[in-house]
Design a protein around this ligand. Structure first.
Ligand code: ACO
Length: 403
């Protein structure tokens, strides 16, 4: 093991904080979390009130501009976004280059990165009008890109956006509809997805948001920074957990014959690094308030869609078992937002690979808000952590024959 105190004595005064457990890299006015009490607020508004009463676009406005919009402000914001939902025809051709079975997350991050080439007015991060335009373009186009990533994966034709529809309705139509065929949007379905997007919209300095800030701290533009954030979200310990949860539930059902107890024992014994995916959180040491809302929503959505899913029963049994077990109690491991979302997405008809894309759609306004806050922060500096060097001391170059 590395003797950290010895190393620190050589580097001068630096903190050694792997995983940034106790390092604040910035001050932020956007989101408040009290992990011990299970509290989450966007700009002061409790998440449960926003989930119940607000809409995803209203929450996006709140996160990005700091206040709930008036009706006129919301109308103008919605209108501006709906005028930017189209993708450039050349960008559409981008999708042809990916293999059909490509995971849609790298497809999404690549297409978002490519927006910098189509909109070169985005390159100056201090041009306020351009930042405004990039904000609106992102919010509009990422939904179209996500729907096309899905269409590509199932080999179906792309649909042009229908700007008479709301953002979420348009996304559902572009995802599940067919050209020249009417697509009936179920308002309950659209509302449930809208609520899930609200629940994911921001979560202060999580891995992907910190990535957006770190990349943006070099004054990289909004598209480049958010593309990096999407890649950070892809990992199974972060946004990729929603896909991992569903795969875990399916494995318990199909391979382990629904034996929840045996699975929990394997997790406790850390067999092959087994983890109960969708459980645990760096900040929440109590029930994740979002998970509470999602669990309720899972029951409602499945009932409305008339679906009974054994995976939901396995999830509930796993939760019950874990919450009564000392291993999880001592480590303060509770379900996080990802634990039940997959069951809902599945009932809605999304393939497992799309789950993390849906998370990205929700997190988008949070990433934008953080990037903009950072660019306007006079204390902003390029992010550049220190390290403790543990490699060899100085040694002389060895010629090839002496190695
Ligand atoms: N299942 C089993 N044990 C766990 C789990 C889990 N899901 N999470 C943490 N632990 C255990 C660890 O093994 C460790 O035990 P030890 O003290 O005996 O070594 C202890 O709890 C502390 O865990 P850490 O990994 O140090 O906690 P950290 O804060 O670094 O990790 C994380 C947080 C990554 C979320 C972790 O709980 C995890 O891997 N969860 C599963 C993946 C997941 O659901 N990710 C989504 C997070 S929320 C989001 O991004 C939306």
């Amino acid at each position: 093991a590395v003797d950290v105190s010895k190393l620190l004595s050589k580097t001068g005064l630096v903190t050694f904080d792997p995983g940034f457990n106790s390092t604040a890299a910035c001050a932020s006015e956007i989101t408040y979390i009290d992990g011990d009490a299970g509290i989450l607020r966007y700009r002061g508004y409790p998440i449960d009130q926003l989930a119940e009463k607000s809409s995803f676009l209203e929450v996006s406005y709140l996160l990005i501009y700091g206040e709930l919009p008036t009706q006129a402000q919301l109308d103008s914001f919605t209108n501006r976004i709906s005028r930017h939902t189209l993708l450039h025809e050349d960008l559409k051709r981008f999708f042809d280059g990916f293999p059909r079975d490509a995971h849609p997350m790298p497809v999404l991050s690549s297409a978002v990165s490519a927006l910098s080439t189509f909109y070169q007015d985005s390159l100056d991060p201090f041009d306020e009008d351009a930042v405004e335009l990039s904000t609106v373009r992102l919010l509009a186009k990422v939904f179209t890109i996500a729907a096309y990533a899905y269409k590509k994966s199932v080999g179906q034709p792309f649909l042009y956006p229908d700007n008479s529809l709301g953002l979420v309705e348009n996304f559902l139509r572009m995802t599940f509809g067919f050209p020249a065929e009417p697509y009936d949007i179920d308002p309950d379905f659209a509302r449930a997805l809208d609520t899930l997007l609200i629940l994911h919209a921001d979560h202060e300095q999580n891995c992907s948001t910190s990535t957006v800030r770190l990349v943006g701290s070099s004054q990289a533009n909004l598209f480049a920074s958010i593309s990096a954030g999407i890649n950070a979200l892809f990992g199974p310990l972060h946004g990729g957990a929603n896909q991992a949860v569903l795969e875990m539930l399916q494995r318990i059902r199909d391979v382990e014959e629904g034996n929840v107890d045996a699975f929990v024992e394997r997790v406790k014994n850390k067999e092959k690094g087994a983890r109960l995916m969708g459980f645990g959180h760096r900040v929440y040491k109590n029930y994740d308030p979002r998970a509470r809302i999602v669990k309720q929503s899972a029951d409602e959505v499945l009932k409305k869609l008339g679906v009974s899913d054994p995976l939901l029963d396995i999830a509930k049994a796993l939760e019950e078992k874990a919450l009564a077990d000392d291993y999880f109690v001592e480590r303060k491991l509770y379900p996080n937002v990802d634990f039940y979302t997959g069951v809902i997405y599945r009932a809605m008809g999304f393939p497992t690979k799309m789950f993390t894309v849906l998370f990205a759609l929700g997190r988008l306004p949070g990433w934008i808000a953080h990037w903009r806050e950072m660019m306007n922060d006079p204390q902003n500096k390029i992010g550049r952590p220190r390290q403790l060097y543990t490699g060899p001391a100085e040694r002389d170059y060895l010629s090839m024959e002496k190695r």
